[in-house]
Design a protein around this ligand. Structure first.
Ligand code: HEM
Length: 400
């Protein structure tokens, strides 16, 4: 283990101040203990990787497994998910992962994403038309409903069930204390609902991802029922919340940099570059999915014993001064080597869709409102209290 000048338990990172500004804590760790043994809030040991080169290598390292079977003890990772919802890409390693990803890629094609562009624009326009100023919470008015609509379109959720779908999703994503029972109930309802939707798509296929997944074939191979259900769930978990926060974080990046905002408005800086720099500067998926060492693994000066849990901080790697000069400066002109969508075989399947949603949302927002101003200072913004994601709870602006 590398030397630790300043001991730092991950549980302390949970404190509100550090959640609001994790970058100071990560900067210290990168300097003093880039591969740091610490403890999760529930008392489990975990190794935290914070530098860019090590993080990128770890994301693609086959010795670091996403399969829970490689955890040291059977209870080292407790899942709140029923097993039929757990058979997805982010719990698998090659060759199982390779087979599943090949089948999913047959359904989740660039063409399918491109076909969503017109719907995404129409949904954005509708949301912005109904957002009456002058005070608007852009999280509720735009950042949440747009990705929800996109996921419903993508999966082919029938119009009549979209309200229920949104209610269950909101319950699943609200991490308020005491919400565990409600969350379990919502999970059960969502599970049953997705089962019935998959059955429908099998009998009456439509033009959507779920129908395409049901039909995806590779030689004699196709997706099993648990795989289909798990993939539908993964699409929701990986695709909804992250997209919400990318939209919120991108708008915030602009509001915090008024000169840049002005340059974007006159077309001197492309919105695409602002989205890309937001992905580096404020990545929504701030911590990669936990890995388990299949064998003793040496990373930097640290020897991580077989079975250990490993966390890779995307938020920290993206601010590593060894990779990004002046990493705390928001500069849309820099090269885009960030790790916001991961790296290696698990690289995000939804990256083009996420980019399209954020670019459409921000472009349309700027067109709709010639004036946009924050109503609070940067220190007064409220973030979800977790270091696994970076997302705003609200973003109220004055518009005109
Ligand atoms: C801003 C939005 C998004 C971000 C920041 C994001 C981030 C990521 C990251 C970091 C991974 C790799 C995780 C790891 O290796 O630990 C990942 C995987 C994945 N993402 Fe995304 N994602 C976003 C949007 C989406 C969307 C919109 C979808 C689908 C609709 C999606 C579907 C997936 C899937 C299926 C995987 C698993 C790929 C595999 O294991 O082969 N993501 N995402």
């Amino acid at each position: 283990m590398s030397s630790t000048k300043r001991p730092c338990r991950v549980s302390s990172l949970l404190s509100e101040a550090l959640v609001a500004d994790p970058h100071g804590a990560y900067a210290r760790l990168r300097e003093t203990a880039p591969v740091h043994r610490t403890t999760t809030p529930d008392g489990e040991p975990v190794w935290l990787i914070t530098r860019y080169v090590e993080a990128r290598a770890a994301l693609a390292d086959p010795r670091l497994s996403l399969n829970k079977a490689n955890a040291k003890t059977s209870d080292a990772y407790r899942s709140s998910m029923p097993p039929e919802l757990d058979a997805h890409l982010l719990n698998m390693d090659p060759p199982d992962h390779t087979r599943l990803r090949r089948l999913v890629s047959k359904a989740f094609t660039p063409r399918r994403v491109e076909d969503l562009r017109i719907r995404i624009q129409a949904m954005t326009d509708e949301l912005l038309t109904t957002s009456a100023g002058p005070r608007v919470d852009l999280v509720q008015a735009l950042a949440v409903p747009l990705p929800m609509g996109v996921i419903c379109e993508l999966l082919g959720i029938p119009e009549a069930k979209r309200r229920d779908f949104r209610t269950w999703t909101d319950t699943l994503f609200s991490s308020t204390p005491g919400a565990a029972t409600e969350s379990r109930i919502a999970m059960g309802q969502m599970h049953q609902f997705l089962k019935s939707v998959i059955e429908d798509k099998r009998n009456r296929p439509t033009e959507d991802l779920l129908s395409a997944l049901v039909q995806a074939r590779d030689d004699q191979d196709s997706l099993t029922e648990p795989e289909l259900l798990s993939l539908a769930f993964l699409t929701l978990f990986a695709g909804y919340d992250n997209a919400v926060h990318l939209i919120g974080n991108t708008v915030l990046s602009l509001l915090l940099h008024p000169r840049l905002l002005a340059a974007v408005r006159v077309g001197d800086v492309p919105i695409r570059s602002v989205v890309e720099e937001t992905l580096r500067w404020s990545p929504p998926f701030a911590m990669a999915v936990r890995r388990f060492a299949r064998e003793d693994v040496k990373i930097g000066n640290a020897l991580i014993p077989a079975g250990s849990r490993v966390w890779i901080s995307i938020a920290s790697a993206n601010r590593d001064e060894r990779e990004f000069p002046s990493p705390d400066v928001f500069d849309p002109g820099r090269a885009t080597t960030h790790l916001a969508f991961g790296y290696g075989v698990h690289y995000c399947l939804g990256a083009p869709l996420a980019r399209m949603e954020a670019e459409t949302a921000v472009r349309s927002l700027l067109e709709r409102f010639p004036v946009l101003e924050l109503t609070v200072t940067a220190n007064e913004l409220t973030w979800w209290p977790t270091f696994h994601k970076r997302g705003l709870r609200s973003l109220t602006v004055l518009t005109s």
